[in-house]
Every structure is written in structure tokens, then in C-alpha cells.
Write a new protein. Structure first.
Length: 389
């Protein structure tokens, strides 16, 4: 037992936990953020796997490194260092190997890259190619040094997407068809990114890259995380709205105990009201989608769109005009979100968003003609003088 405790180990990085562009991209992003590495450094690390990232550490320290790397999507192996005679402690090595599980295939693609003409990669010089995803020019290889994709697999997936009849199938940054059920949103990766980073990154992507965000948004992972996000961002936006109301009311001398009580009570119940509102709006929009034949992905997809669209609550920081801007941009994001999440046309998504308004207008017109026109007609008859004999 004493020898086992004194044995030093090395931590070997083997690559992503699973093969696939989404896992590669996620691991690359986590390595950059957790260890402050450049994209070139991460690319070299991934390309050179297996790589010893730590050595001459105790078993306990090695296991800590192993757990930390596995938490961000890496596959890691622990191996005892050579003793003074240059021989390994086979017993401990066997025990650690059994703990770490089976090794994965290194990230490098072993098959030779396909021909330039077959895959459509533009040749830019002697044995130089351009990545079909990020455009990075590099020596001829089957793996992009900058974005980390395996070029042959990327192009194969694009070819499969194009062959699907009647499906739009765009590809996102991680190289996975948006037609698939798997996806990614920063908010639902808060375990790796941290709550604050995930929150603000989600706001940024929804407001400034909505098409890409809703293409990548997963469906089938439940509504708990989107609901929590929608309530938080809606609550913060609502607080700013109440703050501006209270500020302007105080300027015009309209503050009293009743108004102050109303503000406090409303703020207390605001999260519950927001949650109820998300379900109501999602239900109305999904019913409209079903009417126009566009609810392909179910109610969860619609709810996720409505919840993440609540990111427009940040516009409430702007007094007076913030609510107007948020209302207009909400409509735009609903159309984009429904289109991308349900894989329908822009026309169907637009019709689904405006259908409740159209129904309300038609209903108002019908009520007007059924109630007010007869009332006006009867009043006109009463004002007429009786016939003379």
C-alpha cells in the first residue's frame, strides 16, 4: 500500500469524450474558456492527442485533473510513471486503466482526404486547401486547424442534408444538421459556462444571431430551463419598467401609499405572472401553427421560442421607448424562431404570429355589426316622427 501511495502518475488527454462535430466544438470552446487558450493552441492539443498534460502527480491529484477534464467533455487516461529502473507498476496501471474505461480513437482522421474536385475545396496554392466551414487556409489535411472540423465528415453531412427532399436542413457552427434533435444553447450549458456567462451569452445570441440560435436550439430536453430563463429575463425587464413608472410618477407628484403598494405587490407576483404569460402566449401561437399546418415539432418547440424570445426584456432599460422596441422585436423573433424550430416557411410562421390579431379584428367587426348596427338602426327609427293621418 505504501508503494501505491508513492507512485506518481501522468494525466493523458485523449481527445473528445465522443466523436462528432458537436462534441469537438463544445470541448474546444470549454478548453479555451477554462484554461484561457488560443484557438490555435487548442487545435494543436486536439490534433496531437493523446497528449500528457500533467505528470509526476499523486493518484489523488491525477484523479482530480481527470474529473475536471471529463466535466468539460474530454476523455482522459491516468498512467503510472516509470520507476527508477524504467519499469511500470503493471498492477497500478491495470487498475487505473480499468477505471478510465476504454480508450477512444484519437481525433485525427486516419483516412486520406478526398480529392479536391470531389469535395469542392478550393485549392489556394501548393498543397494548400481552404476549410469549407470557416474559410481558413492551411496545408492540405483532413482536419481544419482553426475550427477543428473533420472536413470529409463535414462535407458528407452537407451532402446528406441536400439530399433530403423538402427539408431545409441548414448547418450550424458545430457542423450538425439543424434537422436533428440534438442542439445547443448557452443557457442549457450553464454547468460548464457558469450561470452568469450562460445568461448573457444567450441574450447576445438571441438578439443578434436569432436565426443561428434557433437553428441550434434543441427540442426534446424539456421546458424547465427555457421557463427559468424566460422568467428571469422577464422579471428583470419588468423591474426596469416598474422603476421607470415610479420615477416618472414621482417627478409629476403622483406618488402615494396606494401607488407604492401596487408597485411592490405587482413586483412580488411578477415571476408567477410571467410564467403564466409564457404558457398562454405559447398556447395561442401553437394553436395558430396547427391551424396553418406548421406545428411540426410540437408544443415544446413553440414554448422554447417564446421563452428565449423574452430576451427582448433587456430593452426595458431604455425609458419610454424600451417597451415599444421590445414589442416590435418580439414579433420578429417569434417569426424567426417558429420558422427555424418547426422547419417551416417564413410565410407560415408569419401567418401563425399574426393569425390571433386577424381573428381578433374579424371578431371585433362581427360584434360591431351584430350589436352596434342594430342599435343604431333602432335609434334612427325612434327618432323618426310618427306618420300623420
Amino acid at each position: 500500500m505504501k508503494e501505491v501511495q508513492q507512485t506518481k502518475y501522468k494525466v493523458i488527454f485523449l481527445g473528445p469524450a465522443q466523436d462528432g462535430f458537436d462534441y469537438v466544438n463544445k470541448l474546444t470552446q470549454n478548453l479555451r474558456e477554462r484554461f484561457n487558450l488560443s484557438i490555435e493552441a487548442v487545435a494543436r492539443l486536439m490534433k496531437s492527442a493523446p497528449v500528457t498534460v500533467k505528470k509526476e502527480v499523486t493518484l489523488e491529484e491525477a484523479q482530480k485533473y481527470k474529473r475536471a477534464l471529463e466535466a468539460i467533455g474530454a476523455r482522459v487516461k491516468l498512467e503510472p510513471m516509470a520507476d527508477a529502473n524504467g519499469e511500470h507498476e503493471e498492477k497500478e496501471k491495470s487498475a487505473v486503466a480499468s477505471e478510465s474505461g476504454p480508450q477512444v480513437i484519437p481525433l485525427r482522421e486516419q483516412a486520406p482526404p478526398p480529392s479536391q474536385e470531389a469535395i469542392g475545396i478550393k485549392e489556394t496554392g501548393e498543397r494548400m486547401i481552404q476549410c469549407p466551414q470557416c474559410g481558413f487556409v492551411q496545408p492540405e489535411t483532413n482536419e481544419c486547424i482553426k475550427c477543428g472540423i473533420i472536413i470529409s465528415k463535414f462535407l458528407k453531412q452537407q451532402e446528406q442534408i441536400r439530399s433530403l427532399e423538402g427539408k431545409r436542413g441548414p448547418t450550424d457552427l458545430i457542423g450538425t444538421s439543424a434537422e436533428g434533435e440534438k442542439g445547443y444553447t448557452p443557457w442549457e450549458d450553464m454547468g460548464n459556462l457558469g450561470v452568469i456567462t450562460a445568461f448573457f451569452r444567450t441574450i447576445k445570441e438571441v438578439l443578434f444571431s436569432p436565426t443561428l440560435f434557433f437553428q441550434k436550439m434543441p427540442v426534446g430536453k424539456g421546458i424547465q430551463n427555457p421557463l427559468l430563463y424566460g422568467v428571469i429575463i422577464g422579471f428583470l425587464g419588468g423591474l426596469f419598467t416598474l422603476l421607470w413608472q415610479y420615477t416618472f410618477s414621482s417627478i409629476f407628484g403622483r406618488i402615494n401609499i396606494f401607488f407604492t403598494s401596487y408597485i411592490l405587490i405587482y413586483a412580488f407576483f411578477l415571476p408567477l405572472l410571467i410564467a403564466i404569460g409564457l404558457f398562454i402566449v405559447s398556447g395561442i401561437l401553437h394553436l395558430s401553427l396547427m391551424v396553418v399546418g406548421g406545428g411540426r415539432k410540437g408544443f415544446e418547440a413553440t414554448f422554447r421560442v417564446v421563452a428565449y424570445t423574452n430576451s427582448t426584456g433587456v430593452f426595458s432599460i431604455v425609458p419610454l421607448l424600451g417597451g415599444f422596441i421590445a414589442g416590435i422585436y418580439n414579433i420578429v423573433l417569434w417569426i424567426i424562431g417558429l420558422r427555424e424550430s418547426h422547419r417551416i416557411s417564413t410565410g407560415k410562421a408569419t401567418l401563425a404570429v399574426f393569425l390571433p390579431v386577424i381573428v381578433a379584428i374579424v371578431f371585433s367587426i362581427i360584434v360591431f355589426f351584430m350589436i352596434f348596427i342594430p342599435l343604431i338602426t333602432s335609434q334612427t327609427h325612434m327618432m323618426q316622427p310618427p306618420p300623420s293621418f
